[in-house]
Ligand binder design. Structure first.
Ligand code: PMP
Length: 280
């Protein structure tokens, strides 16, 4: 397994960075997770646009242009035998000493990329769904940046595990549901898909974007609006969506069944549409 670090490919398990890297010391960096199907990058323009935006908002210089990025990803993919992969790429602000919150001028960003095998998705297995809990959204007010600082997300996941659930739906102090700990959320009611609007409280997911596109193509009503946590118990279906998990039904929330307690009809339709879109 190979990693790309600052211009060079090297064995992943021997790849090391400085303890003075601002990513390590301050969580000062951004990342992307890009799925690969049949050795082809999935939705690269959307992932790249989000990466550029994360870099711009944090004032971290983009170390490569779009062509060089794609060449790097393709070489990384081809160095591995797996048909389906997910690439992790991370850019931190770079190495700095002495320690100072204020970034020094003209730091050289640290660029790390490596890839992992992605197991094929089995509809029967996914249709069993997951249990979730609601949990306070303890994150900051720039969740639209794909920042490497994920402590609140990790703690929400731990809380889910402690409640014998697989994930958490995050709830802001005013009762609005934002997203999952590492996924966007959808509420289905009377054949319509509802999802929170894009703002500083959620990550603009690429899977969410594809779901929206598929809804428009197939005349499924898709509404972006605030969702209050009180509505969760009235939902016909609840889904989570992310690049690595695709679209998964939540069948139990806070130990109560969601809708019928089984994966819903619209989930099944959207799952099939998503597979067809991936394989197009
Ligand atoms: N929200 C959060 C907080 C996430 O971590 C992720 C996954 N990285 C998503 C949403 C889904 O984004 P995507 O569909 O691009 O994987």
């Amino acid at each position: 397994q190979w990693a790309y670090l600052n211009g060079q490919f090297q064995p992943l398990h021997e790849t090391k960075i400085s303890v003075l890297d601002r990513g390590f010391l301050f969580g000062d960096g951004v990342y992307e997770v890009v799925p690969v199907y049949n050795q082809q990058v999935f939705e690269w323009p959307a992932h790249y646009a989000r990466l550029e935006r994360s870099l711009a908002l944090t004032h971290i210089p983009n170390p490569l242009d779009q062509q060089a990025w794609l060449a790097l990803l393709n070489e990384l993919i081809q160095r591995h035998p797996w048909p389906h992969q997910f690439i992790y790429l991370q850019i931190t602000r770079g190495v700095q000493t002495p320690r100072d919150h204020l970034p020094a001028a003209e730091l050289i960003p640290t660029l790390l990329a490596y890839t992992n095998p992605l197991a094929p998705i089995d509809k029967r297995k996914v249709s069993q769904g997951i249990a979730a809990i609601t949990h306070a959204d303890l994150r900051w007010q720039h969740c639209d940046i794909k920042a490497i600082t994920l402590l609140a997300n990790v703690m929400a996941k731990q809380a889910a595990q402690a409640a014998e659930a697989q994930d958490a739906l995050l709830v802001r102090p005013d009762g609005r549901v934002t997203e999952g700990s590492a996924s966007n959320m959808f509420l289905i009611k009377d054949g319509t898909i509802h999802t929170p609007p894009l703002n500083e409280f959620i990550l603009p997911g690429i899977t969410r974007l594809v779901v929206e596109k598929l809804c428009r193509q197939h005349h499924i009503e898709f509404i972006e609006r605030d969702i209050d946590q009180a509505e969760l118990s009235t939902a016909d279906e609840l889904w989570l969506a992310s690049s690595t998990k695709e679209i998964i039904p939540i069948v139990r929330l806070n130990h109560q069944p969601v809708g019928s307690g089984q994966a819903g009809r619209l989930w099944s339709q959207m799952f099939d549409l998503y597979q067809a879109y991936k394989n197009r």
